[in-house]
Design a binder for this molecule. Sequence first.
Ligand code: ATP
Length: 193
Amino acid sequence: MPVGVFGGTFDPPHAGHLALVDAAVERFRLDRLVVVVTGLPPHKETRTDPETRLRLAEAAFAGRDNVEVSRHELDRPGPSYTVETARWAARTWGEAIFFVGADEFADFPAWKDPDEILDHVRLGVATRPGYARERLDTVAAELRRPERVEFFEIPPVPVSSSEVRRRVSAGEPIEGLVPAPVARLIAERDLYR
Ligand code: ATP
């Protein structure tokens, strides 16, 4: 039985992340899905320090029996390259499926060692509003092992972390966009102002 792995910056975690995780657990019948918080994203600025993002992810995914949050990338020095996490996952669990949203997959060939990533793990790509399937098939065709990539449908949730941050800084409500414990932490710690 493969272990599911879902990486993200989670700055902050939101309803789209939960929809992806729930659909992945169901579609791939996972007993275990590990949420890996990106320590130092190689291609992205974060607004919030890694320990706070870890805390936000723990709050977001609490209460899901099959889901746990890992600090593996926070404890590894240097930029958090997925290829290194994939090597670690294969060593640790044997078989693993890494989940990404369609927007991330569109950039996948530009990641560090994409073909090596697929030697270690399979990839589950979730649909996301605005990303056409034909374009994703073209991306998969560029890879050495496209058969290691599987697409799956999730309910469309048009939310992004950037939109949540924008709303908080504009003083707009975020109810329904993030889980309630995440909204509480954002308010308590005065994040994204
Ligand atoms: P930002 O707005 O800061 O770019 P984000 O909302 O894309 O952030 P990340 O933490 O970077 O959030 O995303 C982690 C993973 O979740 C990525 O693989 C991304 O594609 C996926 N994802 C994020 N939001 C959604 C969504 N609404 N529907 C499907 N997948 C999503």
